[in-house]
Write a protein that binds this ligand. Structure first.
Ligand code: 5GP
Length: 194
């Protein structure tokens, strides 16, 4: 029996550690497709075009929206972010686990367009921990850190829109939780349709 695809939306405030949790889980699975978003923000040191993001201009981003090539898109802290649609549909049809690491506005659009998608919110234990993690990362200016913290408070109010929540206090536990969610969702029958 071939496996049905699974679309997993993963949101969580900047600095909550969702990238690290996802990386740990993706590394050990072969049936996972990690969506590569398009963004108008500048690459951080070490980020590669076509690997971490498709780094594109605002004009090109708006062209993709006009061509209906985006599954969802949103503005976050002054930049556009969006999910190219076709790779998602192709990998879903092929039976893969498709991971969309996106913020809350985009997540809402995907929940509406693809109600079969499973959604997960990764939360920090508290806002102090989040601030500490954002500063430790050392990739953002003070103004950006403040914007991202304000955004985090807003994002946390959307937690109850999601199917699952993982509080990322200890990485190992968060990874275990995500593995468990994936394992259970991969065993789901057709009976339950949200
Ligand atoms: P960062 O600039 O830290 O890479 O990402 C900022 C926020 O944008 C994060 O919450 C991240 O999950 C979100 N994000 C990344 N790609 C997309 C996307 O394609 N669509 C939306 N809506 N959000 C995204």
């Amino acid at each position: 029996m071939s496996k049905k695809g699974l679309i997993l939306i993963v949101s969580g405030p900047s600095g909550c550690g969702k990238g690290t949790v996802l990386h740990e889980v993706l590394g050990s699975r072969e049936d996972v497709y990690y969506s590569i978003s398009a963004t108008t923000r500048a690459p951080r040191p070490g980020e590669e075009n076509g690997v971490h993001y498709h780094f594109i201009t605002k004009e090109d981003f708006e062209k993709l929206i006009a061509e209906d090539a985006m599954l969802e898109h949103a503005e976050y802290c002054g930049n556009y972010y969006g999910t190219p649609k076709q790779p998602i549909l192709d990998h879903y049809a092929a039976g893969d686990v498709v991971i969309l690491e996106i913020e809350v506005q985009g997540a809402k659009q995907v929940m509406e367009k693809l109600p079969q998608a499973v959604s997960l919110f990764i939360a920090p234990p508290d806002l102090e921990v989040l601030e500490h993690r954002l500063r430790k990362r050392g990739t953002e200016e003070e103004e950006t850190i403040q914007k991202r913290l304000a955004q985090a408070k807003e994002e946390l109010t959307h937690l109850s829109d999601y199917d699952y929540v993982i509080v990322n206090a200890a990485l190992e536990d968060a990874v275990d939780d995500l593995q468990a969610i994936l394992r259970a969702e991969r065993c789901r029958t057709e009976k339950c349709c949200k």
